[in-house]
Ligand binder design. Sequence first.
Ligand code: AVJ
Length: 332
Amino acid sequence: MSPFHLTRTLAEDAADAALRADVLRGLGLSQGPDASRAEGTPALKTLPPKWFYDAHGSDLFEKITELPEYYPTRAEREILIARSGEIAAATGARTLIELGSGSSEKTRYLLDALTGLRTYVPVDVSESALTQAGQALIAERPGLDVHALVADFTAGLTLPDTPGPRLVAFLGGTIGNLLPAERAEFLASVRSLLAPGDALLLGTDLVKDESVLVAAYDDKAGVTAEFDKNVLTVVNRELGADFDPDAFTHVALWDAENEWIEMRLRARREQTVKIPALDLAVHFAEGEELRTEVSAKFREDGVRRELAAAGMALAHWWTDEEARFALSLSMA
Ligand code: AVJ
């Protein structure tokens, strides 16, 4: 058995179909002659954030994590360094499943602490990130069985048969990219992967001062703006569209009612974008916005309630020194 396994549960054509459906839903159907449009208030255009992460987008995200304004990665790393030993003791995990593993950079602290660990299952939509991270890991840890899964973890997962106890880790605050109803469905599907005694380690960014939040999503160097616009490049490449990224301005705003950050792309001028693969012409008024990401921020009570609703019991809540970010450990 080779120590590095890669399984695609997301077929190339399934990814393509999912992108088409998302673009049609977010840009296409809202363009139809429906009632709201007749009244002159077209629905907000949207694209789901998962399409940021082609190879270039994944590189840009790695750059974001090093920006002075983007604190979540450093805050979470601080917690992992301080608490990995407690996490290992509380879980005794023999299999670590990491959803949205990306570069697996922070995972090293967990891998070092989990002394009984046999198998690491990184799950990501980015095959390039998985291959890079997986190859590096097996070189460093000859005893570890790495079984990478190219998969969309929001679409329900089939996991390889690996030894328990299992620890599922969902780090980085990525759960905040799901809308509340999607979050409930996602947590229920995670719960269904767990047996009694298995655990979920969840990273959540916390509600804080608006200026700190907005700066984290609108950095001075413009890396987040480039990341935001990368979704247009992805749609151009995959669906033959003719988006001009320079015709849009990156916007980050705080929705105080929903307690989430939104990233949007604002049309600098009136324009019509062609998407040949969908036989679509998408009109943007000057100043019209396309929402590309929701990044929800959390409070301890809300996290405990959402986990309980999915059948998991919050057992530990750890934050960084400045209480900017939290890691929670919940048991099935
Ligand atoms: C990787 C989803 C956690 O929402 O903070 C970073 C992505 N977007 N800057 C986040 C992101 C803009 C990030 N997550």
